[in-house]
Design a binder for this molecule. Sequence first.
Ligand code: EPS
Length: 388
Amino acid sequence: MGRIRFFTAGESHGRGIFAYLEGIPANLELKEEEINRELFRRQKGYGRGGRMLIERDKVDFLSGVRFGKTIGSPILMAVWNRDYENWREVMKPFGEPPKNYKPFTKPRPGHGDLAGGIKFFQRDLRNVLERASARETVGRVLAGSVCKQFLKKLGIVIGSYVISIGELSPPIKEGDLLKRFELAELSEVRFPDPSRDEEFKFYIDFAKERGESLGGSFEVFAIGLPPGFGSYTSWDLRLDGRIAQSIMSIQAIKAVEIGLGAKVSTLVGSKVHDQIAWSEERGFYRLSNNLGGTEAGVSNGMALLIRAHMKPIPTLKNPLQSVDIETKEVVKAGRERSDVVAVPSASVVAESMLAITLTDVILEKIGGDFMEEVLKRWREYLNYVKNF
Ligand code: EPS
């Protein structure tokens, strides 16, 4: 990371989830209700499990903000877990476990249980699954929604929509990215055509009845980033690489593509590269956006378009084979309350990760310790690009 430092802490059934965000300029006006709206968007989506009926995620600012504005110091935010009340005895930091407590010893294939247990020498795999859980993404949305409010001041808009769940991938109607986003916001599965919702819900219910879980794919985009962000000069400065890392780091994501993604390998050059045009009004622009807004790891002024693919949720009602780590007996994997599908939520989390990455990349280049300074430099840069 360049200018921004961002960390999360917290266990799924512990006190809460916490986000630490440092490097946001002073005097950024923040709307608490905007952050809560983003937290709510993450909780929604058809196919989530019983936990989402318990939680009502709301931000609690612990530092870095006064009278609705950032003050330049680290921002610490909390979302307190309502479910902690039900787990207090099992999750308490000190004292003995309750009398009838049974450690989690039957690792679920696909979850971090076994690999994490070996890594940290934990024989109660609850110590792994509590942090490997995607509940952690609350912290990403906390920090991401602050970054989104920063980017909005610069005229950058971020959105997402689901393109498939399992094998169900209806055609997406033509329309620009913003229109797709707008429609996805009206859909229970965040598909950019709410008239398909019943089809998706039937498909998800069918998987649920069979004790199955599902994955899927989504696209996340950013509009308004000018050319020149990121760099080709060193591997770790490449914008596409930094975006890929931030999206791939979201729980259960197994592939990330930019623009046409994997398809570029099958097409001839003339069908891939985005031809260059110029007009007085727009300056340089492209006749297509196959490369998803980056060339040589540098933004080219077109919309950033990223596609991500998520594996099915690992907790299954009809569990797969596992081995008990204590008895070494072949057993059915442990069962926990779980979601059937969480692709709509993951798309909201990806918006946040993209927002954090772009805020970092922008502040690294533009700099500035307070918003007035950042905005002045931003306007100067836009002017420079237009007149290039
Ligand atoms: C998750 C298991 C479920 C999900 C959870 C991720 O939680 P629980 O075990 O409490 O039922 O609901 O996601 C969230 C809690 C959330 O806020 O997104 C897992 O094992 O990854």
